[in-house]
Design a binder for this molecule. Structure first.
Ligand SMILES: NC(=O)c1ccc[n+]([C@@H]2O[C@H](COP(=O)([O-])OP(=O)(O)OC[C@H]3O[C@@H](n4cnc5c(N)ncnc54)[C@H](OP(=O)(O)O)[C@@H]3O)[C@@H](O)[C@H]2O)c1
Length: 282
């Protein structure tokens, strides 16, 4: 046993999925290093000199790219980082990828080409986007205004994703596997809005808009142009019906069913994710 290579480097370890992976590894008593700009030592995708120090002492990596594996530059950065990880003694990699995104599949290939002991987690859209990311503001405003048409999406609970990631990092039988991960049902945005409204006890409706209207509204809100372009790409490429079906990925990896949207919404509501924002005191 190589005692110098025992910890797991969790990139994005303070983010939506990484935080959950960190919690799970720690609760098993496994050593973890949080890879983020606030980490010790700091890790920054924009500064390659931080990559090797972050990998020091790591034997495995949960690899998430920020902001999205589909943005320009991601394929090169992810491939170069994975090659460095393999050379540094951290060949075991669980890669978070995106389902139905050609750019994400190029990044998967770049990591596979390094010879890593790779497990690919090719995930559909996260349920938690409604409570921990850009769709939260929509929910709180009472209107989900997105260019999602009436196409169903089999949203995934990222607690399931984190369970699969930890399995991949700790159990050899996941090496070489590609898991397409979805939740158990496909929901339209209108369906999702109805479930959240009921769970949160607040009015909420889905208002389909065009890609152009959506981009204009984002720009009006001061959203940076790269983010506008990214969301436009994702809604154009991913939410077009090709990725509407559910998969057996969670069951294949974990031997149990994925959690459904109603369970997610009930838990997020109970945790206060959609509580009314208190009015500022005077
Ligand atoms: N959202 C979805 O529905 C979905 C679906 C499939 C796949 N994905 C993939 O999920 C990945 C994102 O994972 P996530 O949602 O778990 O993360 P997230 O919550 O979006 O990411 C935030 C994390 O990234 C870190 N970070 C920000 N800027 C960084 C930088 N320049 N260098 C290093 N770290 C940085 C943050 O920490 P610091 O601020 O401390 O640096 C934080 O830990 C993307 O690659 C996306 O393609 C998302």
């Amino acid at each position: 046993m190589n005692t110098h290579h025992t910890s797991t480097l969790v990139l994005g370890g303070t983010g939506k999925t990484g935080r959950r992976v960190v919690e799970r590894l720690r609760s098993r008593g496994l050593p973890v290093r949080v890879g983020s700009r606030a980490g010790e030592p700091p890790f920054d995708w924009e500064d390659r000199s931080t990559w090797a120090p972050a990998l020091e002492g790591a034997g495995s990596v949960y690899l998430t790219y920020y902001p999205d594996i589909a943005v320009p530059g991601a394929v090169d950065a992810v491939g170069e980082f994975a090659a460095l990880a393999v050379r540094s003694g951290a060949p075991r990699i669980a890669l978070l990828s995106g389902r139905g995104e050609p750019e994400a599949e190029r990044a998967e290939q770049a990591v596979r080409a390094t010879g890593a002991e790779l497990t690919i987690l090719r995930s559909t859209w996260f349920m938690q986007n409604f409570s921990e990311d850009y769709m939260l503001e929509h929910v709180l405003s009472g209107e989900i205004r997105l260019p999602g048409g009436d196409v169903p999406t089999p949203f995934l609970d990222i607690d399931d994703l984190a369970d699969v990631a930890v399995a991949a990092l700790t159990d050899d039988r996941h090496v070489g596997r590609l898991y397409e991960l979805t939740g158990p049902h496909s929901l339209t945005f209108a369906d999702a809005a109805a479930v959240i409204a009921a769970a949160a006890g607040r009015p909420l409706r889905y208002v389909p808009v065009t890609l152009e209207e959506h981009a204009a509204e984002l720009r009006d809100h001061g959203v940076p142009i790269e983010v506008v372009d990214l969301l436009t790409y994702l809604f154009d490429e991913v939410v077009d019906g090709r990725n509407a079906d559910t998969t057996d990925g969670v069951r294949d990896a974990l031997g149990r069913e994925p959690r459904d949207f109603a369970a997610y919404a009930a838990e997020a509501a109970a945790a206060g994710a959609w509580d009314p924002v208190p009015a500022p005191s005077r």
